[in-house]
Design a protein around this ligand. Structure first.
Ligand code: COA
Ligand code: AMP
Length: 633
């Protein structure tokens, strides 16, 4: 079939407002928007500003009203607890209403923030939807973050209430959430008035009298009382959630997502990009703590009336490298979305895909990859073993949905390994030099998106319009800076080659080396430091920290390095995957004192490098190479 991509992209180009007005018809409105886009509102304009809508209504109630009450909305599959649970749309409505009633009883109303710190269990989805129902703004914090990171987010979002669970489960280890939460609340200057905690059998948390409430008993009481909570009509521009993502410092950026644009964009992608029909099973093997989880575990599949899989497990080790194939077979998954790292992990463990022979993946039509660069080897391997299209697509927490992809629903375009294919409608992608001038095809440059950003993308950072402007809009006037570098080829295919800032991508997780440097500097023996991301065959990149000790420190560097590794785990969390600390006498710098992180990275990655002309002392680079060699890097 000929792809309709060019025609549809052209329709968007010729009349963007008519295009998104058409897409908005797929959503139920309490009041349809009379303005599609207001260029004068907000930092760069706002979508559907006078529409009245509710995301929970569109994700749950309308499917029950429309005849899907008996269809599974959620399939929870948890190899780490050896359990499964299926929740129909009818049951989901009951759960969400009851939890919304608990929130209302705790005084949570429209506009209040609610932090959600939960593992991959269906209750995390109930929590998000209950907030959406009453117009409370949720902020989900990934379970792999430590107390200090949670505290930073609490202080920025200032939640009235926190929804949590007693624990998460990592292979071989129970992660007790309650002590982390208590420590975070202790550290934070903004204290929530209540905590509602879901007790899991693997760990029972002690509740604090007065502040903490037991989730299950409160929800049961609300159900028994038959309390109903209607969906609150919200303005299209009212915030649905805040999701924190790594910035260049230790203070994360609170990406805001509004209600209407988010629904319109996500609903559009389900048919046109992912080629999913309502009623089919879609599986995003990510975590609700990340943007992929927000958009494609929770909101998009439910807005579309599909069934979503909530998987509490890993691609390998729970119990083996056949885990993904089992889930696909058992639940009739038609499309899987995950990070390339997951496939690298499976390939490493089972290069000949022996486990695949035990299962049938006959329902699977496609595999989507995102979150980090999809290396051609892994894509080719996945294509070979699965025999279905493997679609790389590129996006960011900020955009909430794919910027560049291969729209299966419009007819697949030829795949070129190494490229996530072409810009989606809504995105005018340009590759520019430092003065914002387009560069010729084939030439690397900064990837920018012409303003306005399409529906679904961040309108601003939480209560920080100035930071939004300065982080994304100032450098290339009229454009959004993605902070990714890459190029376009003669067919308009986009290639994403890496970040232009100090963000690194470890196992599909976005981390700030600047944030890690702040932790390293806080060690009493450290005079200065630099953290870089170095190549890793499994995780894509891994952090590597260099420290210079203060004069007069006589303790063993090996001890100090161990303390530094532990410090990052305690302050940022295990997800930082910070395992390599190296003590050096000096850091390589330019004559003006700028640390040469780029050159250090090339040395560590064994890439060709040459010393910059501005280097202060050439000999330092040899010292760095020797220190890396001593660690076997
Ligand atoms: N709660 C607590 N700890 C967590 C956690 C969570 N939700 N998620 C991860 N961690 C811990 C891990 O247990 C690990 O701890 P360890 O240092 O004690 O081993 C650490 O954080 C690093 O995790 P990770 O980088 O994920 O490595 P891993 O070895 O546990 O797993 C993969 C490697 C490839 C299997 C895993 O990263 C994976 O499945 N990735 C898929 C990518 C993905 O989900 N990306 C999200 C965006 S699409
Ligand atoms: P996050 O905000 O966590 O989704 O991370 C976004 C960043 O991950 C992007 O800016 C890219 O650097 C990287 N990224 C995401 N998807 C891709 C992809 N398909 N190819 C290359 N890099 C990607």
């Amino acid at each position: 079939m000929m792809s309709r991509y060019a025609q549809v992209y052209g329709e968007w180009q010729s009349d963007p407002q008519a295009f998104w007005a058409g897409a908005a018809k797929e959503i139920d409105w309490f009041r349809e928007p009379s303005t599609i886009f207001d260029p004068k509102a907000g930092v760069y304009g706002r979508w559907f500003p006078d529409g009245l809508c509710n995301t929970c209504w569109n994700a749950v109630d309308r499917h029950v009203a429309g005849g899907r009450a008996q269809q599974n909305a959620i399939i929870y599959d948890s190899p780490v607890t050896n359990s499964q649970r299926k929740i129909t749309y009818g049951e989901l409505l009951e759960e969400v209403q009851a939890l919304a009633a608990v929130l209302v009883a705790q005084g949570v109303t429209k506009g209040d923030r609610v932090v959600i710190y939960m593992p991959m269990i269906p209750e995390a989805l109930f929590a998000m939807l209950a907030c959406a129902r009453i117009g409370a703004v949720h902020s989900v914090v990934f379970g792999g973050f430590a107390a200090k990171e949670l505290a930073t987010r609490i202080d920025d979002a200032k939640p009235k209430l926190i929804l949590t669970a007693s624990c998460g489960i990592e292979p071989g280890r129970v992660v007790h959430y309650k002590p982390l939460l208590d420590e975070a609340i202790e550290l934070a200057s903004s204290k929530p008035s209540s905590v509602v905690l879901f007790q899991r059998p693997q760990s029972t948390a002690k509740l604090l009298e007065g502040r903490d409430h037991d989730w299950a008993s409160r929800v049961s009481a609300a159900k028994a009382a038959g309390v109903t909570v209607e969906c609150v009509p919200l303005l299209g521009t009212d915030p649905l959630y805040i999701l924190y993502t790594s910035g260049t410092t230790g203070i994360p950026k609170g990406v805001v997502r509004d209600n209407a644009g988010h629904m319109v964009a996500l609903k559009w992608t389900m048919s046109n990009l992912y080629d999913i029909k309502p009623g089919e099973v879609f599986w995003s093997a990510s975590d609700v703590g990340w943007v992929v989880g927000h958009s494609y575990i929770v909101y998009a599949p439910l807005l579309h009336g599909a069934t979503t899989v909530v998987y509490e497990g890993k691609p390998v080790g729970t119990p083996d490298a056949g885990a993904f194939w089992r889930v696909i077979e058992e639940h009739h998954v038609v499309s899987l979305f995950t990070a390339p790292t997951a496939f690298r992990a499976i390939k490493k463990e089972d290069p000949n895909a022996e486990f695949l022979k035990k299962y049938s993946t006959k329902h699977l039509r496609s595999l989507f990859l995102a979150g980090e660069r999809a290396d051609p080897d892994t894509v080719a391997w996945a294509e070979r073993i699965l025999g279905v299209p493997v679609i790389d697509h590129w996006w960011q927490t900020e955009t909430g949905w794919g910027i560049v992809g291969n729209p299966l629903g419009l007819g697949m375009l030829p795949v070129k390994h190494g490229s996530p294919t072409v810009p989606m409608p809504g995105y005018d992608i340009q590759i520019v030099d430092e003065s914002a001038k387009p560069v010729p095809n084939g030439q690397m440059g900064s990837i920018v998106i012409k303003l306005p950003l399409p529906p679904g993308c961040l309108p601003t950072l939480w209560q920080q319009d100035a930071r939004m402007q300065e982080s994304y809009l100032d450098e290339f006037p009229g454009f959004y800076k993605t902070a990714d570098a890459g190029f376009k080829d003669e067919d308009g295919y986009v290639y994403i080659m890496g970040r232009t800032d100090d963000i690194i991508n470890v196992a599909g997780h976005r981390l700030s080396t600047g944030g890690m440097e702040e932790v390293l500097s806080s060690h009493p023996d450290v005079a200065e430091c630099a953290v870089i991301g170095i190549k890793d065959a499994l995780k894509g990149e891994q952090p590597c920290g260099f420290v210079v000790l203060k004069a007069g420190v006589t303790r063993s560097p090996i001890e100090i390095e161990k303390e530094i590794v532990a410090l990052v785990r305690n302050k940022i969390g295990p997800v930082a995957a910070f395992k390599i600390a190296l003590t050096v006498n000096r850091l390589p710098k330019t004559r003006s004192g700028k640390i040469l992180r780029g050159t250090m990275k090339k040395i560590a990655d064994h890439d060709p490098w040459s010393a910059p002309a501005t280097i202060d002392d050439l000999g330092v680079l040899d010292e760095i190479a020797d220190a890396l060699k001593a660690k076997g890097i």
